[in-house]
Design a protein around this ligand. Structure first.
Ligand SMILES: Cc1cc2nc3c(=O)[nH]c(=O)nc-3n(C[C@H](O)[C@H](O)[C@H](O)COP(=O)(O)OP(=O)(O)OC[C@H]3O[C@@H](n4cnc5c(N)ncnc54)[C@H](O)[C@@H]3O)c2cc1C
Length: 458
């Protein structure tokens, strides 16, 4: 096992991680960025340095913007390690990762967690059938290798990423059979009180409207206010069924792409036993951080979507703010110097976040698509259904951690990443208490799967 010391380890080479790392290096700190992907860019700019020009063009200008970020990383003094899967971060700033089958540990003076977001689970009947994927996973295939379904797809759910993928598929010539939107008129009603602030973020709003307009002008069947979604099929997906205003609809398809927003990836902040809170607008847990992104674990900072969903531009600014916070901790800047540098960044952050309350209200996922019926699978790794979970509650199970001992829920290879939120919400509803009272899985390393051989090899 290799073991060395650095000033700062940044986990994640997305918008937040790269911006933070470059800013730290400019302050004269020795910085290492670790990311499990094979190239920098994170989710939004995935594969940007490897994508041919035609793919960049097809994915749109927001994607191409990632090139600037990747260039900044390449021309900085930051040591970037690709293919580095971080499986442990300790409260003493020790970061362990697996790269090319070997274990490495870095001892840092401070750590910046910039691990981004994950898609929210979409547990509806049939969601585990072959032929059903998340829209984010489909987009990963498109970005990283230009792969797309050859058969007509049905996109279902809500949120900007769903419409963005639809727009990207149109440009890529992928046939779209229908867009099944769960957004209802009352969602627009709820979001209207944030409309004024959203109008002040006009470029974001305009982008969204353009996506919707291009989908409409391509004459794709568009259903809104869809309820009771279910994927039909025995061995594989055959159709998506749903109702609109009480009328039953059925669209035959072998490919259903589901999406209902993204939530912070809190695996590391949870494993560090940092404080978290239940975000009532985004319906998820987020770590509690101070205005520089520092957790209640000294010297560990979080920036970007991992601290609460704000989008790529906000993530980049948060990375820079966290860098200023770290610089003060490591005595590279005084408080006054930090305050001066932060002023413009804070104004930019506020402007980047202006659209958020509107989006959160408009695309709040429906309870029926978050808290499923008894026969729906919740933990895919260990095959635990919502009904079994409710059975555990009836026997006295009070939260996700007890659910592990009752039925191995959340103990599979994904370590609860896929089912965590659903398990919390199912239990909370069954007990008649808040999600915040029920809490989340107690996450422990290894955060990423690691074989005994790899561990023993060293
Ligand atoms: C599947 C998906 C697709 C998305 N696509 C878009 C899009 O096209 N457009 C858009 O505007 N927004 C998109 N988003 C939202 C987007 O993630 C963010 O707004 C933006 O990328 C946030 O930047 P970030 O730096 O916080 O995190 P990210 O860009 O997500 O970067 C996080 C990085 O951390 C790395 N990482 C995580 N865990 C580990 C670990 N244990 N070890 C090593 N590395 C690790 C990841 O590989 C990743 O590169 C997407 C989100 C998801 C989940």
């Amino acid at each position: 096992m290799s073991h060395s010391s650095v000033d700062v380890v940044v986990v994640g080479a997305g918008a937040a991680g790269i911006s933070g790392a470059v800013a730290l290096a400019e302050l004269g700190l020795h910085v290492v960025v670790l990311d499990e992907q094979g190239s920098p860019g994170g989710q939004i700019y995935r594969g940007i340095t490897l994508a041919p020009l035609s793919r960049r063009d097809m994915l749109g200008p927001d994607y191409a913007h990632g090139n600037e970020l990747a260039q900044a990383l390449a021309s900085s003094s930051v040591r970037y390690e690709k293919g580095a899967a971080v499986w442990q971060v300790t409260r003493e700033h020790e970061v362990s990762y697996l790269r090319e089958g070997r274990l490495h540990t870095l001892q840092a003076k401070a750590v910046l967690l910039a691990t981004g977001a994950m898609e929210r689970p979409f547990p509806i009947p049939g969601w585990t059938l072959p032929g059903v994927m998340s829209a984010g996973a489909a987009q990963i295939l498109l970005k990283s290798s230009g792969l797309a379904p050859s058969e007509p797809v049905v996109l279902a759910g809500c949120g900007p990423l769903l419409y963005l993928l639809g727009w990207q598929y149109l440009r890529a010539g992928v046939p779209i059979k229908a867009l099944v939107d769960t957004t209802r008129p009352d969602d627009y009603w709820r979001a209207r009180r944030h409309l004024f602030a959203a109008l002040r973020a006009w470029p974001y709003l305009r982008k969204g409207l353009e996506l919707m307009r291009s989908l409409r002008s391509a004459r794709i069947a568009h259903f809104t206010g869809a309820e009771q979604l279910a994927v039909e099929g025995d061995e594989a997906a055959r159709a998506l069924t749903f109702t609109v205003a009480g009328k039953a609809e059925r669209i035959a398809t072998r490919c259903v792409l589901l999406h209902q927003g993204v939530v912070p990836n809190i695996q590391f902040s949870q494993s560090l036993r940092a404080r978290h809170h239940w975000d009532v607008d985004q319906l998820c847990f987020s770590p509690v951080v101070d205005s520089w992104g520092e957790l209640d674990v000294a010297g560990v900072f979080v920036a970007g979507d991992g601290a609460g969903i704000g989008g790529a531009q906000a993530a980049a600014v948060q990375g820079q703010l966290a860098a200023l916070g770290i610089a003060v901790r490591l005595e590279k800047l005084s408080d006054a110097q930090r305050a001066f540098r932060a002023e413009a960044l804070r104004a930019r952050l506020a402007s980047n976040l202006r659209i958020r309350p509107f989006l959160d209200a408009l695309y709040q996922p429906k309870e029926a698509n978050r808290i499923p019926a008894d026969d729906v699978m919740v933990c895919r790794c260990e095959e635990v259904t919502a009904g079994e979970l409710r059975g555990f509650v009836a026997l006295g199970c009070t939260g996700p951690n007890q659910a592990k001992s009752f039925g191995r829920c959340g103990m599979g290879p994904c370590q609860g990443r896929m089912c965590g939120l659903t398990v919390t919400e199912v239990i909370a509803k069954a007990r008649g208490v808040s999600a915040s009272e029920v809490g989340y899985y107690r996450i422990r390393p290894p955060i990423k799967p690691i074989t005994l051989g790899e561990l023993a090899g060293d």
